[in-house]
Design a protein around this ligand. Sequence first.
Ligand code: HEM
Length: 492
Amino acid sequence: MLPTGPRPWPWIGNQSLIRGLNSGSSRTLKHLTRYGDIATIWLSRSPILVINSPRAAHELLHSMSSKTSDRPITVHHRAKLLPWSLVLAPYGEQFHRLRKIYHHLLGQQGAMIFRRWSEEETLFMFKSLAERPDQAHFECDRHAFNVTMRVIYGVRYGTEGDQRVRDTFQLWETMFCYFLPGSLIFDYFPSMLKLPPWLQPWMWIFRGLKRRERGLHLRHLRRIEDHYLQSKKKSTPISGTPFAMQLLRMTDGMNIGEQAIIDVLSMLLGAGADTISCFMQQFLKAMAVNPKAAVAAQAEIDSVVGAKRLPNWEDNPNLPYVRALIKEVHRWAPFAAAGIPHSTTEDITYGDYVISKGTVLLPNIPSIMRNQERYVEPDRFDPARFLNDGSDSATSAHNPDWSKRDHVHFGWGRRLCPGVYAADICIFVAVTRVLWSFDIQPHPGIQVRMEDVSDGLLKKPLPFRLQINSRGPGYDEIVAQQLEMCSTANKE
Ligand code: HEM
């Protein structure tokens, strides 16, 4: 027996709800919570279990993680087109191989490379935010893109590269839609996968998208390959060097081909830049509508850091309110809607339910983070709820007690986001520095609407307007001095 859910239509199942889930519709996500901890919906004739409560999500995706970390069969078909993409990888040998690579690059040690580039790139962001506060959404994109490009290839794009940054974010948006279960016709009619390749239009479309993405990477990769060959001759150590260089060393002798390297690096760039940018945009909007929290965080930063220097990653242990505020933005304004679907690799039992092998499990992330059993007054933005939680995101995600986990924005179990350390660093540095130097308010006469977000896997804020004012000339001077001292990076 499966949990209850809305009645499916013959053949198509609950197609309109699936469409609602894919577009991150709050109405659909809320509607599904009516059916309890878990609701069953149908994609054609296959069940999808939508998990609505933190308790059920923890039990199924964390405690039973060894049996619930596959991706759905519909995703396996997509993975054939992108076999070196971790997010699509079926649970198995290739998943473990990729996960090892990601852990090497993004583990607690490896992720420290994000620190230097985040600190430096926030200076460029300040300048652009002060000059163009109306473009805050794009400045967040550019900031996150440049941090990640510097981590991967050691290069940054100046303003003359703006169009390329815009095109890349646009490309990712299209690609993400392609990955969603139920977004392609073969999800409903799997026999179409038996057609000859030239009769499968999704293949050509996807190959076109991939070609465009390859263009972005190839030039930078070729340059790094040259450096790598030089460093090999001289046996130069490569820890702390751009990820592309480290990846070449890790895969040297594996004979996996250039496209595989590009697939790994493009996953890192896409997953890193888009998420950090989304978070920063949600943070700016959340500060404009919750001014008391912003003022409390600024008071803490002022008393610990003062006005004579910029905050940095080392201030993290001394800024508990800022850390709590970041956790609250993750919880209150998540951009991951229905998370990335998991699937079971064997039959499992949850309460009275027997969930058979191959069943899709889809976490309803926004509803889980507004759960009344876990959070007091869940609709209220209240960083104080996390003041006694000193754990970083990775430690909290491994807490065996579901009711003590801070938020679930990074996923669960063996599929937990491997970028969690990098995200903690980039976000802390950018949030603390923005609060140190700017006052953020709604633009006069324009309401800030948290619900104005795009459709898709990531609910990205639609372009918004805020007032972002410097806190005074002393702050501007310090930023200007620091900018001057910045290393002259490779400019694209
Ligand atoms: C605010 C920042 C971020 C959030 C909220 C976030 C959230 C998530 C979520 C919800 C998942 C799916 C987990 C699951 O399947 O249960 C995921 C997967 C992933 N994330 Fe992140 N992420 C963030 C930042 C990053 C960064 C900075 C990187 C890399 C630089 C990254 C790389 C990845 C990768 C490679 C996966 C696929 C993991 C797998 O399928 O095993 N993420 N992330």
